[in-house]
Design a protein around this ligand. Sequence first.
Ligand code: C5P
Length: 225
Amino acid sequence: EALAVITIDGPSGVGKSTISRKVARVLGFTYLDTGAMYRAVGLFLQWNRVDLSDDQAMRSILAKIHIQLLPGKNEDDDTGVLLNGEDVSGTIRTPEMAMVASKVSAIPLVREKLTMLQRQLGNIGGVVAEGRDTGTVVFPRARYKFFLDARPEERARRRVRQLCMRGEAVDERKILEMTLERDKNDRERAIAPLRQAEDAWVIDTTSRDIDEVTHLVLEVIRAGR
Ligand code: C5P
């Protein structure tokens, strides 16, 4: 039987987070930002200067990570994170931490830990899960799966705009490069690579705004398709 979970996957800069938050709010579901978890683990491993190839060191450090997600107060707010009690909400949202997250997300032990945690949070149902592998690996029995995509230049442009709104100075070409590199990592890794589930609804967001895509997603759900 299908799980009362909606998954929204895709590369960076397709509008996944904003759309997931909106869909969750309309349906009264909980938004589960799985990327925030990978970012937090990346930060913790960086803080502790762990040798990523040392399985034993990785196991022991991963056992010490406690992640708590803090839902944003406003609809536009990113999910915050308490990492072992420390608020790292701002720290994890830089382009550099996104790259670190992408790097550590290819490590089997990291994925094992976070996938388990995500299932614990999602298996009760009433969740909109957002990430790269939520429809393919974390919740393969999700009732509705969506895969959002958009042209790379447009995705980079959106990232730039996001960073600008946060008051950060950004180099557009650099962002495009980092976006492409991160997606390549995410698509080509051996475990749980970024790809659309066979039973996912694919939506190209290149020339659609947030409200249009949100509407499309809600239409599919309301029609019970
Ligand atoms: O979505 P966000 O940009 O916060 O994700 C950061 C990184 O975390 C991604 O580039 C990806 O490498 C990793 N990630 C993942 N699986 C997920 C969510 C995120 O590997 N379900």
